[in-house]
Design a protein around this ligand. Structure first.
Ligand SMILES: N[C@H](CCC[C@H](N)C(=O)O)C(=O)O
Length: 301
């Protein structure tokens, strides 16, 4: 077995993704390789999407998702669009079915190059998000940060989109909050036994919402697809918008949007947006040593 595999550096609205081709091999991208790749400015990433051979009938691939701290994620919306674009370019096919630890995902590339991913049904049960305390209504849980009588952030919606999310609704610009300071405290709050992705969301029109996310295991990112899905669901669930919204991902440069529909007929959340290839190379999935295809320059180590 060769020591190296092909990978592509891609992004989904600025969310930094490495798509790694692990097909035909029994091994996995190791947490040590993830940490080493993230430590290099040229390969630093938010998620690795490792494409493995399918494990279940009717699926095209099993996708293993790693955060930049080496931890596993169950879902990654922006990364899934990147995988679709990579496999569509390779095979000419337009529709794919993937398996992740969180279940089955269907995705399709449209004529205009945008990609829709069926992210499945949101989960609201407190013990399946999971939360540490029982809440009958997770659309607004008791949790706050800042002074007790004047909290900076409070009463988030909690849910799982395959991975755990907390959505804090705010009424001023999401960029005006010190998310780099509050993010880690909330990600690791005892309320979230498996930690959580933390999103600030502001309704900007009856059909649009702006979000900014601190990701579990990755920190401040330019965009987070599953958080955008969670914000859309939370907005509809709390009567702030209808079930179809545009999410402006505040940190994306240039500013960018995702279309999210929480479908009435089956409760599934459909996310539509772009993916972008940047460059390709090969890497050693056990150490993270890499080289770039076009120049064959060795990585920093
Ligand atoms: N960037 C991803 C989400 C990563 C989630 C991950 N940080 C976790 O759940 O641990 C997205 O586009 O959906």
């Amino acid at each position: 077995m060769s020591a190296t595999v092909e990978f592509a550096r891609m992004n989904g609205l600025g969310n930094k993704i490495l798509v790694v081709d692990m097909r035909g091999r029994p091994d996995k991208v190791t947490p040590a390789a993830a940490v080493a790749l993230n430590a290099d400015p040229q390969t630093e990433f938010d998620q690795i999407m490792a494409i493995h051979d399918p494990k279940a009938d009717g699926t095209d691939a099993f996708i293993d998702i790693l955060n930049s701290d080496g931890s596993k994620a169950q879902a990654c919306g922006n990364g899934t669009r990147c995988v679709v674009q990579a496999l569509a370019a390779e095979t000419g096919r337009k529709a794919f079915t993937f398996q992740t630890v969180a279940g089955i995902l269907n995705a399709v590339e449209h004529e205009d190059g945008t990609i829709s991913v069926d992210m499945g049904r949101p989960v609201f049960d407190w013990n399946r998000i999971p939360l540490a305390e029982e809440f009958h209504d997770t659309s607004r849980i008791e949790l706050q940060i800042g002074p007790i009588d004047n909290p900076v952030l409070h009463s988030p919606s909690a849910m799982s989109m395959g991975n755990p999310h907390a959505i804090f609704w705010v009424d001023r610009d999401v960029m005006s909050y010190d998310l780099a300071r509050f993010g880690p405290l909330l990600e690791n709050h005892p309320m979230f036994p498996e930690r959580a992705n933390i999103t600030l969301a502001q309704v900007t029109s009856p059909t649009s919402v702006t979000t900014r996310t601190w990701e579990r295991g990755a920190g401040l990112t330019l965009a987070c697809g599953s958080a955008a899905c969670s914000a859309a669901v939370s907005a509809a669930r709390t009567g702030r918008t209808g079930r179809k919204v545009t999410i402006n991902v505040a940190s994306a440069k240039p500013p960018a949007t995702l279309s999210i529909e929480w479908r009435e007929r089956d409760d599934h959340v459909i996310m539509t947006g772009p993916a972008e290839w940047e460059w390709s190379g090969s890497l050693d999935p056990s150490t993270g040593l890499w080289s770039r295809d076009d120049t064959q320059e060795a990585g920093a180590r």
